[in-house]
Ligand binder design. Sequence first.
Ligand code: NAD
Length: 283
Amino acid sequence: MAELLDGKLLSTKIKEDLKLKAAEFEAKYCRKITLAVILVGENPASCVYVKNKIKAAEFIGIKSLSFSLPENTEEKDVEDLINNLARDKSVDGILVQLPLPKHLDEEKILALIPPEKDVDGFTAENVGNATLFKDCVNSCTPAGIMYMLKSINVPLSGKHAVIIGRSNIVGKPIALMLLKENCTVTVCHSKTVDLKSITKQADILVVAMGKAKFVTSDMVKDGAIVIDVGINRTETGLCGDVDFETVKDKASYITPVPGGVGPMTIAMLMYNAYTCALRRENV
Ligand code: NAD
């Protein structure tokens, strides 16, 4: 029976620590850490994520500037807003909640965020530095996964890590982070042939595909560490990409959904806002 990797508990500890650090920052620099959050449209999942991010910021003592723009906002207006926030010396971080409505050019919009205010770590400069294993703002979800893995003190070096999914926000950056820790990394995706034969070799299995309960126990090696990134809304509520009930009996550690990777993503976002603020004060 697997041990639970409790992201809710771990993220609460991180946020409590950040609360102290944010208060120290405010006392030293006579200003609050400030995070601008931009939401375009009313995608229900995005609205929930933004609400949770603002709630976490409030708890820590980070000031959030919330911009909710209508679905039909023109590209130029989003660009103007980001350019203004980029120039605004009181703003430490800029977050654009994805996905954006289809008529907006995501790549062009994200490129307007200065790398030093890029709390999501999505800009080309931060992604490039991550690839070179250089200092950068790390993408939040993979950073949260690495934090969880390190919290259990299991050596990562030499482990075979298998990732299902090759998205820019999860699959690719977690592959790099695990590689940096000397794992042997295999990245699988929708065109992978005989997925099960690969996942069965995984000491660490990270699943980020967006398919409810897709990974079943026959796809998992005995004693594997299983990280479920998926968030799927079904008739019976939220579930991950892993069939938790059966896989938990085979894995050594497993993340629940909800309460696993999700809260860690938000905690890492808050950590990024704090480190961006420190760097902007030349610390
Ligand atoms: P995505 O939706 O951009 O891409 C899905 C990936 O899964 C693709 O690379 C695709 O090749 C792969 N895939 C799909 N079907 C497959 C199959 N049958 N076999 C092998 N690979 C397959 O991915 P994303 O944006 O990384 O999101 C993945 C999931 O993670 C979603 O459920 C999303 O909601 C969730 N997510 C959660 C968090 C969090 O904080 N917990 C953060 C980001 C994403």
